[in-house]
Design a protein around this ligand. Structure first.
Ligand SMILES: NC(=O)c1ccc[n+]([C@@H]2O[C@H](COP(=O)([O-])OP(=O)(O)OC[C@H]3O[C@@H](n4cnc5c(N)ncnc54)[C@H](OP(=O)(O)O)[C@@H]3O)[C@@H](O)[C@H]2O)c1
Length: 315
């Protein structure tokens, strides 16, 4: 159990953490990773609805948290094109309210950003200071959220992409299902990024927060707040990711219909989507690793772990 120390370094009170979006893919992992850091409160959407600022204000005022972790978001990327105002309300405007509330109770605001704030045309991995240029309504709403979150004096924006986890839907789980149903699959080979587990992102969050909480009260105000890119190490395209999933699934004996040569690399122009996606949204994690002394494991390790966990869960 973590205790926040007062100016003399003595335990003053139990650290209170407000976690929004605990029912989501990332939120489920944060529930696990943040639990040892303090007293975790995880309101449901009906108790703290980002569409309704009064419920957010009430939630923060009642709890007076030391840390607010916002894993809640509008994540329906295709749906955001038709419901841009709602996506903006949840991913953008709500962050203005959260930042204002964090400021009022001197809380640290932790928020999650997306690689979709970039257009993917840079030709190298993005660093935090590269100019954003979102291609989609979802990307624009996430960018608005980043800008609003920065209004909190104490903020950490952790930007990620290509997330997968045990909870919720994602590319890895969809591909495993399709590999059991079909002998052949076409997968895009001209979009680049790094598959990153929600488990890793949640663990990184906890590591960074532990450093913040362990800092002396005076030093805490000078903490290395700001934006950080978080990703497993290495990169690939969706086709390379699919090959890795198939290889791991075969290695752990997952029964596949997929033929040995059943994965076919295609160009994204052959795949219809209403949403423009960044073609190359690799994220440079140097700042995170250098600031907090963290090591980020190869992306293949996480995929292997997840496939093994899924097959164990299926028995
Ligand atoms: N998934 C990715 O590949 C990816 C990539 C980069 C960044 N991110 C970012 O990572 C964060 C977590 O994403 P995720 O994949 O874990 O999302 P997710 O699985 O879709 O979960 C979203 C969470 O937000 C909650 N929520 C939605 N609308 C809400 C509202 N109006 N008020 C309160 N809560 C609301 C949902 O609650 P209900 O259970 O009630 O629906 C759920 O708990 C987001 O900021 C996302 O933009 C995701």
């Amino acid at each position: 159990v973590a205790w926040k120390s007062d100016e003399h370094g003595y335990a003053a009170h139990r650290v209170k953490i407000l976690l929004l979006g605990a029912s989501g893919q990332l939120g489920a992992e944060l529930r696990r990773s943040l639990a040892p850091l303090g007293e975790l409160t995880t309101p449901s959407r009906s108790d703290c609805d980002l569409m309704q600022p009064c419920t957010v204000r009430r939630c923060v005022r009642v709890l007076r948290p030391d840390i607010i972790v916002n894993a809640a978001a509008w994540t329906d990327v295709e749906g955001a094109e038709q419901a841009a105002a709602q996506a903006m309300a949840v991913n953008g405007a709500a962050l203005t309210v959260l930042a204002e509330q964090a400021r009022a109770c001197h809380a640290l605001l932790v928020h999650y950003s997306s690689d979709y704030v970039f257009d993917g045309r840079l030709g190298r991995a993005y660093v935090e200071s590269d100019a954003p240029n979102p291609l989609s309504a979802y990307g624009r709403s996430k960018l608005a959220g980043d800008e609003a979150a920065r209004q909190a004096d104490r903020h950490l924006i952790l930007r990620a992409g290509w997330l997968y986890g045990l909870h919720g839907d994602n590319f890895l789980k969809t591909l495993l299902t399709l590999m059991r149903q079909r002998a052949q699959l076409d997968v895009v080979a001209d979009q680049f990024g790094t598959p990153t587990s929600t488990e890793l992102l949640a663990d990184v969050t906890a590591q960074v927060l532990a450093r913040y909480l362990h800092a002396h009260a005076d030093a805490r105000a000078d903490f290395a707040f700001g934006t950080y890119h978080v990703a497993a190490s290495g990169d690939t395209h969706w086709y390379g990711y699919a090959c890795q999933i198939a290889e791991q699934a075969r290695a752990v004996g997952w029964p596949l219909r997929l033929a040995d040569d059943g994965l076919r690399a295609i160009d994204s122009s052959a795949w219809f989507s209403q949403v423009l996606r960044p073609r190359d949204s690799r994220l440079d994690t140097t700042r995170l690793r250098a600031t907090f002394g963290l090591r980020l494991p190869p992306w293949q390790d996480g995929v292997q772990r997840m496939v093994t966990q899924l097959i164990e869960g299926a028995h």
